[in-house]
Design a protein around this ligand. Structure first.
Ligand code: KG4
Ligand code: ZN
Length: 347
């Protein structure tokens, strides 16, 4: 097999409702194309059958576009990396089948990628400051599908030390957003309703969860009860307070996340923290985590926060391609018999 030290990798992501393809050379992104399946909006959540069909329809166009933007012919690609799991099984099957066809057709290796690991390794995509997390670091993965605290010892050695016991943080934001009258996905909508300076801070019940775990279903229920109580007093409570509700929601979620990360820092003595996943796009969450730098307890300990460029927070092909690129360099190729997996709870 032909092997190069500077591989060009195509990354395919189809685990949920984004059809995404990117091309990477070493750490540099040559193209990053994302097709958002907006059709799910009207159903209030992702419909797996529709998602899979749309991946099948959109992948050929997305791959062609990624090659065109990278100004490359397909025969220049050295390997194909693809999300093998976790995710919606029918959607994964579509991406994996395309990747296997490319691998066979172009006679290039297949690189199987774990979606969560890819959210984390997105931090190794080339950035303008050439600043990448040093190992070990703590990664908080907050997305629509996952809420996990992971200790990252190196590219391939990771340990999940905290998880949500029920809903993911993104799922709970999306459901709360629905209560407030927003379409799916609610995260971006909630963020856009938070530009008020003189907002009223509301406090919602925060569930008590032991250790490094979370319960965002508990938080969501607390929020629901808060709304119901206030709507009884004033039927227009939501309309009158929408900005304050959105801001308070984001602050409360940030507080829950920060409290756990502080616990992890004090337990492990690791002061490098990286945020990954769609929810880490949120400005208030980013700002509140950043302000830890000024906290007297963290300032002296060289606390360092790693935030991704926003386009690499939500599901994208670049995170799959960078993970593939790192695996390629270690010659960690996979068999064509590899089969997608919907769930996963341990690296
Ligand atoms: O990482 P992602 O694209 O998909 C999964 O792997 O699940 O994350 C999607 C989640 C959704 O719940 C969406 O509402 C949330 O990320 N999200 C946000 C923002 N943008 C996306 N949440 C808060 N603020 C945002 N700006
Ligand atoms: Zn994801």
């Amino acid at each position: 097999m032909f092997f190069t030290k500077n591989p060009i990798i195509i990354g395919i992501e189809s685990s949920c409702d984004e059809t995404a393809v990117a091309i990477i050379k070493n750490r540099s992104v040559l193209s990053n194309v994302i097709f958002h399946q907006n059709v799910h909006k009207k159903y209030g959540g992702v419909v797996p059958e529709i998602a899979a069909r749309l991946h099948e329809k959109r992948l050929p166009i997305t791959i062609k576009k990624a090659l065109k933007l990278a100004k490359l012919n397909k025969d220049k690609i050295n390997a194909v990396s693809v999300t093998m799991g976790p995710g919606l099984i029918n959607s994964l099957l579509v991406g994996v089948s395309f990747a296997k066809s490319l691998s066979i057709g172009l006679k290039i290796p297949l690189l199987s990628v774990n979606h969560i690991q890819a959210h984390i390794l997105a931090h190794f995509i080339k950035n303008s400051k050439n600043d990448y997390p040093l190992f070990p670091f703590i990664c908080l993965v907050i997305s629509g599908g996952h809420t996990q605290i992971i200790l990252v010892y190196n590219y391939f050695h990771m340990k999940i030390i905290g998880s949500t016991l029920d809903n993911s943080v993104g799922e709970s934001i999306d459901k709360i957003a629905k209560m407030l009258g927003f379409d799916y996905p609610g995260g971006p909508a909630i963020e856009s309703f938070s530009k008020l300076k003189n907002y009223k801070r509301f406090y919602f019940k925060k569930p008590f969860v032991n250790g490094f775990n979370f319960s965002f279903s508990g938080f969501k229920s607390g929020f629901f009860r808060f709304l119901e109580k206030n709507k009884k007093k004033d039927p227009f409570f939501i309309e009158k307070n929408i900005h304050s509700l959105c801001i308070s929601l984001q602050i409360s979620i940030s507080e829950i996340l920060i409290e756990k990360i502080k616990k992890v820092i004090s337990k492990t003595g690791i002061y490098r923290v990286a945020l990954s996943g769609g929810v880490s796009k949120n400005k208030i969450i980013r700002k509140m985590f950043s302000s830890l730098k000024n906290d007297i307890n963290y300032k002296s300990k060289k606390f360092k926060l790693y935030l991704l460029k926003k386009e690499y927070t939500t599901d994208n092909g670049a995170m799959i391609a960078i993970t593939g690129s790192i695996k390629y360099k270690k010659k960690l190729f996979d068999s064509i018999d590899e089969y997608p997996y919907p769930k996963f709870d341990k690296f």
